[in-house]
Ligand binder design. Structure first.
Ligand code: GLN
Length: 193
C-alpha cells in the first residue's frame, strides 16, 4: 500500500519538505502520498509526519491552538528538522516559559545554540549517507543522546547534528540543520522506515 506521510503545515519550511519528500520518493521508486497537516483529522492514517523548521515557539503555540499535540504524538514515525527537532526532544534548553513540546525523543537540545540569525551557516557534514551539505539557520545543538535506543546519524566536526531513535514500532529522526534544502537522503531514509 502507498505510504501516507504528513508535513505539519502551520509555519516554516513546509513546501521544501513536500518537494524533498516527492523527490526522495521518486529516487527510491517508492510512491508516497503527502498530506499537509493543519487539523487533527489530517493525521488520520498517517504512516509518518515531518515537523519542519521555523520557529518552535510559534509552531508549538499553533499546535496547541489546533489541538494537534495528542494526535501528532500518536504518529509512530516522526522526523523533525531544526524547530521540529526541538519539538521532538525530551529536554530543551532555552525554551520560553510555558512552551509545550512533544517530548518524545531521548535527546537534549539547546535552542539558538550557534547565535542569532546572522550566525546562520552552511557546512559539509559527515553523515551515515556520505558527505552532505548542511544549512544551519538559527539552529539548535543536540547536547546529549540519552539511552540505548538513540544513535547519531550526522556530524559537523565533533558535534552530533542528526540523531535517530528506534524503539519497537516508534521511530524518530531529528536534524538540527535543514536537509530539505540540499539533499533527499534523510527523506529517503524516513520513507524507507
Ligand atoms: N531557532 C528556532 C527555534 O528555536 C529554530 C530555527 C529553525 O527551525 N530554522 O525554534
Amino acid at each position: 500500500m502507498m505510504k501516507k506521510i504528513g508535513v505539519l503545515a502551520l509555519q516554516g519550511g513546509v513546501e521544501e519538505h513536500i518537494n524533498a519528500l516527492l523527490n526522495a520518493s521518486e529516487k527510491i521508486n517508492e510512491p508516497v502520498q503527502v498530506v499537509e497537516v493543519r487539523l487533527p483529522e489530517d493525521t488520520e492514517q498517517l504512516d509518518g509526519i515531518i515537523l519542519p523548521g521555523g520557529e518552535s515557539t510559534a509552531i508549538s503555540r499553533m499546535m496547541e491552538r489546533a489541538q494537534l499535540f495528542e494526535p501528532v504524538r500518536r504518529i509512530r514515525k516522526i522526523m523533525g528538522t531544526c524547530a521540529g527537532a526541538i519539538l521532538l526532544a525530551k529536554k530543551v534548553e532555552g525554551a520560553i516559559p510555558g512552551q509545550r513540546f512533544l517530548s518524545l525523543m531521548d535527546i537534549a537540545i539547546s535552542r539558538n545554540a550557534y547565535g542569532s540569525q546572522k550566525d546562520s551557516f552552511e557546512a559539509a557534514l559527515d553523515t551515515k549517507f556520505g558527505k552532505v551539505n548542511g544549512v544551519f539557520i538559527r539552529a539548535p545543538k543536540i547536547t546529549m543522546l540519552a539511552g540505548e535506543h538513540v544513535r547519531p546519524l550526522a556530524f559537523f566536526r565533533q558535534e552530533i547534528v542528526a540523531a535517530y531513535q528506534s524503539e519497537g514500532e516508534r521511530h524518530f529522526l531529528a536534524t538540527t540543520f535543514h536537509p530539505e534544502l540540499t539533499t533527499t537522503k534523510f527523506h529517503e531514509f524516513f520513507i524507507k522506515l
